[in-house]
Design a protein around this ligand. Structure first.
Ligand SMILES: [Zn+2]
Length: 131
């Protein structure tokens, strides 16, 4: 599962910086609701169209989740809970292995149907939540 070839120092530093950034974002979301701060990113799709994108509610949902309110997080964006968090956890795990062990995880190749299915789920969610 781990590649024999070690990664370079720059790649390990990049992994550490990504994990640090992710940790700061999570810590910030744990203590501050995105609607209460002026520097929270806005959704450009929502600003332009007035409709929700597939990711709308993720920041607010993560705040509620980190506060222990799973149902509030679910109401804001269930796709975040079902796909976003597992995807972020997989990326975080991979970067953690790079940082600590200096090696990459060799993930099994995805079958092409899985990528297309995930894309269809995201687009379906995006369209469906605005009907
Ligand atoms: Zn959005």
């Amino acid at each position: 599962m781990l590649e024999r070839e070690a990664v370079g120092v720059r790649r390990r530093v990049a992994a550490g910086l990504m994990l640090l950034f992710g940790g700061v974002v999570l810590l910030t979301l744990a203590v501050r609701h995105p609607d209460t701060v002026s520097w929270a990113p806005i959704c450009l799709w929502r600003e332009a169209t007035g409709t929700l994108c597939a990711g709308c509610g993720t920041g607010r949902g993560m705040h509620h989740l980190l506060q222990g309110d799973l149902m509030a997080a679910w109401r804001l964006n269930p796709l975040m809970l079902l796909l976003g968090i597992p995807a972020a956890a997989i990326v975080g795990l991979g970067e953690g292995v790079v940082l600590v062990a200096g090696r990459r995880i060799r993930w099994p190749a995805w079958p092409s149907w899985l990528g297309w299915t995930l894309l269809a789920v995201v687009v379906g969610w995006w369209v469906g939540r605005n009907l």
